[in-house]
Design a protein. Structure first.
Lengths: 373, 373
């Protein structure tokens, strides 16, 4: 195999998570990854797929998603065959989702390198993204667990960070560095210090590794989970798939892959990071939607409008209006507002308080109208 | 006639004005006075009528309104006969509206006292209101122009004020005082001074006078307008009504009665004021709607809800939500918000900026969707 080819590389796209801080745009029945949240003209899932396609054709893309979204995912990704869409009867978090995909791929293609990329993140400069992935795959072939950390453009307090250590001097992966630590979302002053130091990258939750290495880490740090995954994977391409999956899957521990693979690997010096010099956002709340929309539209209008701007009238107003109905929306005297107008639900908040939408969602769950979630 | 009877008293209810700062609740086709803006269970027009009914039966109530609202006004006030509903082909302001009503009443009932009461104000303590009107009628019989000024409960900057002077010592109207001056809406510090002095009353735009006295003032200060009104009134109860009205009415000067009657009368010491000890609000904007609603509901919840409260979910939110649709409305992280959700239009502003709604209405007039006004 040529060192430039990525024939051994498989992309795993976990397409889960409701994105409840993006309610009422993101709903249980139509979650964030099935929406064109950023107004790019494509759903986040489709964009994720198209970004990866030049690296691995459709036969090497595996999507893990909920049973309820299977039809919509297949409609969005007609190139991906049914055997490469793994349907979960219920969400068991990222260790189970990515672990099962890794185990299935390893059985079908021993020695494969997999990369996991969330279906609901927004990335610009796709060529730079692929350059980083290519380096990551080469480092992964050396037996490392590899992540891609985003070079910060501002002292964001919305993301976790990765502290990068010494260069690793890997052939074909010149920018690979040791990961010293993961750090939680910082306060503003700390975030400014991180940015100034040049040693911190945003944690975008991307992991690249040989499937077998990832499963080794999982076996070491979550042995019951790993055993369950292997039991399902053994049955996957056999007539026993449904029976075994139905029995084992619901018993798997719900735990993020950060805790079962990434952090343990970092602790023993087996985690590498490739700095990524591309725009990235997890579009986690409406402040992020406003942020990515403002970047995309490159205008300085204080009120961003997603939808038909002819039906929005404003006076001394800033923030973001998302219009999904044909109603007139009039906004006055609000310097930082979020208005999301959908057929059956209306949200009003501010970018500064956009995280509080999760409290509203919790309240609606307990209300007489949980059907709008 | 017994001094306690008010058989010579006629109520004039000018029912005009769109209430554009209350858009999208108040619309051109369904203005404020035809709405239950305060959530009392009755339209403001109906409430105005019922408040006056114990003083003068339906045969002595004259409503002046736009042709477009004639049917709705008659539906709201079935007791009022067609001959007592004066329809304007176009709005010509309060001097023309009240002046024409006065001239018609004077011809039908020479010597009548009329009182003019806007159709779109909110009043509580109706018995106290009627006590004040009764005193005002008695003072009017003495040849005075009389207004009712509201005893302020707080240093409001939303209303104009009346500076009260010496007691007038009129038999049957013991609280009547001379009006020294009208003053414009004050700044906060001035309003506090007014309140502390005890000499200032809110100008509620209520005027009581003999019809003939009012027409005299009008003739003195707006002679062309008065001549036009008299020409129409002469023809009113004849077959020439439509021809004369169509020719003369559109030529009448548009001017508020404050300038043609009240202020000139005040200047020459012919204006009396009766202090009114009742709740009053002109419900001019959504800050006022919130104010009167909070008073009515007597609860301290920071978010007032007009509409189905079961469909409103809030977190750290204050202000007012008006819901006319069956959508879920979710509001978070906004300490002072106004949300008005109607079928074809949505308004978001704050109580502090509620006056800016008129700027939105102006913008919508110029937009592609003036039909929502």
């Amino acid at each position: 195999m040529s060192p430039h080819a990525l024939d051994d590389f498989f992309a795993v796209i976990p397409a889960g998570g409701v994105g409840s801080r993006l309610w009422p745009l993101s709903r249980a029945g139509r979650p964030k990854f099935l929406r064109d949240i950023a107004g790019t003209g494509a759903t986040l899932l489709r964009s994720t797929y198209e970004r990866l396609e030049p690296l691995c054709d459709a036969s090497r893309v595996v999507v893990v998603t909920g049973q309820a979204h299977g039809d919509e995912v297949r409609a969005q990704l007609p190139e991906v065959t049914t055997e490469n869409v793994v349907l979960e009867s219920e969400g068991r978090d990222s260790s189970a989702a990515i672990g099962l995909a890794a185990a299935i791929i390893e059985r079908r293609h021993p020695g494969a390198v997999i990369g996991s990329f969330a279906a609901d993140h927004l990335i610009s400069a796709n060529a730079r993204f692929r350059r980083a992935v290519t380096e990551a795959v080469r480092a992964a072939r050396e037996g490392l667990i590899v992540t891609i950390g985003i070079q910060p453009l501002e002292p964001s307090t919305a993301f976790g960070y990765i502290r990068a250590g010494e260069p690793l001097e890997i052939l074909g992966a010149p920018s690979a560095r040791q990961v010293e630590a993961f750090v939680e979302k910082p306060k503003a002053a700390t975030a400014r210090r991180y940015l100034a130091s040049g040693e911190y990258l945003w944690n975008a939750g991307m992991f690249i590794a040989r499937a077998s290495r990832l499963l080794e880490e999982l076996a070491a740090h979550a042995p019951e989970l790993a055993a369950g995954i292997n039991e399902i994977a053994d049955a996957w391409d056999t007539p026993q798939r449904d029976e075994v999956t139905a029995r084992v899957w619901p018993t798997l521990e719900k735990i993020a892959i950060d805790y079962t693979v990434a952090e343990p690997a970092a602790k023993k010096g087996a985690l590498a990071v490739i700095p990524g010099f591309f725009g990235w956002d997890d579009v986690g709340d409406f402040a992020a939607v406003s942020r990515v929309h403002a970047t995309a539209s490159s205008n300085e209008h204080p009120l961003d409008i997603i939808g038909d701007a002819d039906r929005v009238v404003s006076y001394e107003a800033g923030g973001i209006v998302v219009s999904e109905t044909d109603r007139i929306i009039a906004v006055a005297g609000v310097p930082d507002i979020v208005v999301v107008d959908t057929e059956d639900a209306l949200l009003v908040t501010t970018r500064a308080k956009a995280q509080q939408v999760k409290n509203l969602v919790a309240a609606i769950k307990e209300s007489e109208h949980p059907e709008v979630l």
